[in-house]
Write a protein that binds this ligand. Structure first.
Ligand SMILES: *[C@@H]1O[C@H](CO)[C@@H](O)[C@H](O)[C@H]1NC(C)=O
Ligand SMILES: *[C@@H]1O[C@H](CO)[C@@H](O)[C@H](O)[C@H]1NC(C)=O
Length: 297
């Protein structure tokens, strides 16, 4: 049964409920729930959430860009570039491509990637990651969702989000932000993020946050731009796609708000990264000239 639906074999409803309660506990309460001793041991030995898989979800059909993962960027398929970067991350035990498409699967196997076939009914990358996770033979504690359309993703960013989730037992999700360019302040396709002083997400918006009373972008303020990479605790990933949509999520059209609206904690790391996402065929020319300028091959 290759459906992307939730109630997967491995997550019984009672574990699900326990996990939801978990999500609203504080770090200290998590320690009690785990047994303080076990928790400290886990923290000390650095073994907490130690088994990590990187999943690159890739679909062929795309409204804006058909066959996008296979587009050639300076002579190499985009998906191969993303995979090669992911393989350099030191925190990943395993990297797989999850796809519903035979052409993508053949291409990936051709350059040496492990591939998991997922069903066409997956509605988004998160669901595809969840289905792939169920189909993997080994057990993992963390899944990193590595978007296939960021071929220049730095391995250090992948490692950064993993380490952030390992170091924050009260969070179920981690992601990355970088500095927002002032000219992108009012671009609704650039998602802004605000964090508390311990680096947990407060909110994400397509609007400018925080908002200066002048009504303009404050050139002095360090606004944060959200990057697509995210990692999840695997117990959380099993229930995430099925949490019902929430009002702020629907209004902003931002999936990650569902996490915050349900009271879960999300750890955010700040990185230096110039985003070169490939969303349209025109973006291919842009990224190729960027790479030529910097002698990247
Ligand atoms: C708003 O932005 C201006 C610069 O554009 C800055 O001087 C001011 O401190 C900011 N904050 C407030 C509360 O006005
Ligand atoms: C994925 O798509 C489904 C269906 O549109 C939606 O319910 C879910 O919130 C989406 N995102 C995530 C992160 O599960």
């Amino acid at each position: 049964m290759a459906v992307c639906s939730s109630s997967s074999s491995s997550g019984s409803s009672s574990t699900t409920k326990a996990w939801i309660i978990h999500g609203i506990l504080t770090g200290a309460a998590v320690a009690v729930a785990l047994g303080a001793h076990a928790y400290l041991l886990l923290r000390r030995s650095g073994k907490f959430r130690s088994r990590v898989v990187g999943i690159i979800p890739a679909r062929f059909a795309s409204s804006r860009f058909q066959g996008k993962p296979l587009v050639q960027i300076l002579g190499k398929p985009m998906i191969q570039r993303t995979w090669e970067r992911a393989k350099l991350a030191t925190t990943l035990d395993h990297v797989v491509v999850a796809t519903d498409d035979d052409k993508i699967a053949d291409c990936c196997r051709g350059f040496g990637a492990d591939v998991i076939m997922t069903s066409e009914s997956c509605r988004n990358g998160t669901e595809r990651c969840n289905e792939a996770l169920q189909k993997l033979e080994k057990q993992y504690d963390i899944v990193v969702n590595i978007q296939g359309d960021e071929p220049l993703i730095e391995p250090e960013i992948i490692d950064g989000v993993v380490k952030a989730l390992q170091a924050a037992p009260d969070a179920v999700f981690s992601t990355a932000v970088t500095s927002l360019k002032p000219e992108d302040g009012f671009d609704p396709n650039r998602v802004k993020c605000i964090v508390d002083n311990r680096g947990y997400a407060i909110y994400f918006s397509r609007g400018l946050i925080p908002f200066n009373k002048s009504g303009e972008v404050n050139q002095q303020f360090p606004y944060l731009l959200h990057l697509g990479i995210q990692s999840y605790d695997t117990k959380f990933l099993r229930i995430y796609p099925d949490l019902p949509p929430t009002p702020l999520q629907l209004e902003e059209d931002l999936e990650q708000l569902k996490v915050l609206e349900n009271g879960y904690k999300m750890k955010v790391i700040k990185v230096d990264h110039e985003a070169h996402g490939v969303d349209t065929p025109e973006d291919v020319d842009k990224i190729e000239s960027f790479m030529r300028e910097r002698n990247l091959s």
